[in-house]
Design a protein around this ligand. Structure first.
Ligand SMILES: [Mn+2]
Length: 474
């Protein structure tokens, strides 16, 4: 028996994390694949990736050329044939360019604008007829249906040999929302005609629930950090402790297809860095609470997944739930990053909201409808500060005329009321709050001979003021 290795979705130039070297990873990956002694490699697209990395910068053409030479050397060193089809992320010029420089790299399919990808003939690899169909990944259902019908027709008139037929695709097959995915009746056009259908692009290994000969290919190794996609483990932080909500899983690797039995084996590849998700209820959390909790989280995950030797590096995705206060929302990523700075092999990604996270916004409409909570906060803060000043002045036995204070407080209210009566749509809330405070501050300072600055009022209002002064500077 012989086996064909099936791989793709490496997204080589897309950065998963600055500390994750995809080329070191790719060479380790190839070593593992070679140890399985496949007779050849089917590369199903999204190999190099022309897009800008999500976290990093766009590489230059010069760097790209250097990387390409590296890639070509790695491919050539395998000494087996590669059969390649592009994916939606590849620049289709890269494949022919690699082919020119690499004797064992053969481009078998490239998507072409205006074509549905069914105008193909199979390639014989070992004991199979391999059909690489470059159907656009996001083609309309009707286009995919026509492509499938044409592929089924071509297969039905095929008489060259009696080898089994395997169809390779790189398309949206799983339903995720309204406009993606293939309905079962359309999928059946190829599922009932081909012995195996193997689809890349989904980044997850799986066998179709009803059509057992349809198989989803895993991504070779981590590419991006997206909630619910590609994590190795999930936790929830509850009652001060980290609790597992999913068992450890490794979704990365490649497939080995037996060219006689057509059995498909998912071979896992353990990446040097992977990501875990931590759901965190941020309701009523203070900044010091956030720091303390995340110190615990970092220590626990480091202990369990890094110090234990499971991974060299670990990337954590905070998934926030509950109600986040604006002040926490502004500083959360910085506070948590400060915690993780103290660790060498564990990193943290910017937070993402879960579907229940409530983020009070400064939308002027929202402020109007919700009885102006932020305006009230502004009043309360200012009143508190006035009280504090009065107290301090009292301690120094300096007399304060309470009328002046009343005057100031009512001025704040008047400004606010006038603004909201006007219901101006052109003003944003940050400007408004900044304006209120800015207007009363000089008088406040004059009356009490104080020198309160905006920044001391509170972080949110400070930021509001910053937004205001940035606006001025434009
Ligand atoms: Mn893709």
């Amino acid at each position: 028996m012989s086996r064909i290795a099936i791989m793709g979705d490496t997204h080589l130039l897309m950065s998963f994390h600055e500390k994750y070297d995809k080329f070191v990873e790719f060479s380790r990956f190839i070593e593992q694949v070679q140890a399985d002694e496949p007779i050849s490699i089917a590369l199903l697209g999204d190999f190099v990736d022309k897009r800008q990395s999500l976290q990093g910068r766009l590489i230059t053409w010069g760097e790209g050329s250097e990387y390409q030479v590296k890639i070509e050397k790695m491919i050539e060193s395998t000494n087996i044939n590669w059969y390649a089809m592009n994916g939606n992320h590849d620049d289709e010029r890269v494949y022919p360019s690699i082919e020119k420089a690499t004797p064992n790299f053969k481009v078998v399919a490239i998507t072409k604008k205006g074509e549905n990808g069914s105008n193909i003939e199979p390639v014989e690899i070992g004991n199979i007829n391999a059909w690489f169909a470059p159907i656009p990944h996001d083609a309309a259902a009707q286009v995919t249906k026509e492509a499938f019908q044409e592929l089924a027709r071509r297969k039905s008139i095929f008489t060259k040999n009696t080898k089994p037929h395997v169809l390779f695709l790189h398309i949206n097959m799983i339903h995720r929302g309204q406009d993606t995915g293939i309905d079962d009746d359309i999928l059946d056009i190829v599922a009932s005609n081909f012995d195996r259908v193997i689809n890349a692009h989904e980044h997850v290994y799986g066998v179709h629930k009803k059509k057992k000969n349809v198989i989803y290919m895993p991504a070779s190794f981590p590419t991006w950090v997206v909630k619910d996609r590609g994590f190795v483990k999930k936790y929830a932080f509850k009652d001060g402790t980290l609790q597992e909500t999913s068992k450890f899983r490794n979704p990365f690797g490649y497939l080995l297809l037996d060219d006689e039995t057509l059995e498909v084996e998912f071979k896992q590849f353990p990446p040097a860095m992977a990501n875990v998700e931590v759901i965190y209820d941020v309701t009523s959390a203070s900044i010091s609470q956030v720091r303390g909790d995340w110190q615990t989280i970092a220590e626990d995950i480091h202990h369990e997944l890094v110090a234990s030797g499971k991974f060299n590096n670990m990337l954590i995705l905070p998934v926030l739930t509950g109600t986040i206060e604006p002040a926490i929302s502004f500083t959360f990523n910085n506070d948590v990053a400060a915690v993780f700075n103290a660790f060498t092999n564990i990193y943290v990604h910017a937070f993402v909201p879960d579907e229940n996270l409530v983020q009070p916004s400064y939308s002027i409409d929202k402020l109007r409808n919700e009885r102006l909570p932020t305006r009230e906060t502004a009043f309360q803060n200012t009143k508190d500060q006035v009280a504090d000043i009065v107290k301090k002045l009292g301690e120094k036995q300096i007399d304060v005329n309470p009328e002046n204070i009343i005057d100031i407080i009512s001025k704040i209210e008047n400004i606010g009321t006038a603004f909201f009566i006007e219901k101006s749509k052109s003003l944003n809330a940050a400007k408004y709050i900044g304006g209120v405070i800015e207007n009363i501050l000089p008088e406040l300072n004059r009356t009490f001979d104080s020198s309160i600055e905006m920044a001391s009022i509170d972080p949110v209002l400070g930021l509001a003021m910053k937004a205001k002064s940035n606006k001025k500077g434009e």
